[in-house]
Design a protein around this ligand. Sequence first.
Ligand SMILES: [Zn+2]
Length: 339
Amino acid sequence: MKDKLKQIREKALASIESSEGLNGLNDVRVAFLGKKGELTAVLKGMKDVSPEERPLVGQMVNETRAAIEQKLEETKKKMEALELEHKLKKEVIDVTLPAKKNRVGHGHPNTIALEEVERIFVGMGYEVVEGPEVEYDYYNFEALNIPANHPAKDEQDTFYINDKIVLRTQTSPVQVRVMEQGKLPIRMIAPGRVFRADEVDATHSPSFHQIEGLVIDKGVTFADLKGTLQEFAKELFGPETKVKFRPHHFPFTEPSAEVDVTCFKCGGKGCRFCKGEGWIEILGCGMVHPHVLEMSGIDPKEYSGFAFGVGLERIALLKYEIDDMRLLYENDDRFLKQF
Ligand SMILES: [Zn+2]
């Protein structure tokens, strides 16, 4: 019995020494001290020991158990310390490493240009109004004095949804919708996406943006139109900017004009940017055609007004000196983050 206990003790201590990890250690505990463990088996055999020897053997069993438990506990502590150390090493943070930078987004050149234009007109008392991109043929053409057989309809080469519905080719239908409501006077700009069946190149896109303006009140004259656009050009391109009105034709205005501004690069002397002209075309405008007023239920004898339309991309391209419109739509991060 004594030899047996000695043997168990040596075997247990050796197993503890060679055990791997906390799980291995637990296996050793179960193998010797568990219900079916080797030391427990010895205890069960106590009934065969003579009564005189029992106290001595009992004491030896207790000593063996204590020795094994003590060794188990020591080893467990060592292993836990090692594990903690290992974990700390693995999770170490090098505070001297450069931090990961969160990239902050910003406005698209179109958005920046639009906000600038809106700021100027809101400052002059205009309201910003939006309308549907999918529009009735009536609002897009007819109500703007463009009848079914008018060449302008061909020219614009519209995307038709069906006979009566189109993707709007201009934001002017928003103006018609506002005029129809009959709340006068009107002082509004209508920015938004418009569509034409154009091939994509450096200056064309099937989808782009327009900002159209409309003013209707009693006694509005061409002088008001000129003054307004002069002010707009100065605000947008600088206080030295001059404007020039060239006669033109639009179906919904009469008289109509195209507006050039002095080149903001050379001040009008002529340079590469303005192709030696000294002037840059920026928008179209005119006095609202009496027929357009009539169709929207406004009496042209009492009221008059002016309208203008400018391409948002045109403003963005000029303002940021971008030479290819496609850059605005390609979403190339390297391009966009310059603004
Ligand atoms: Zn120039």
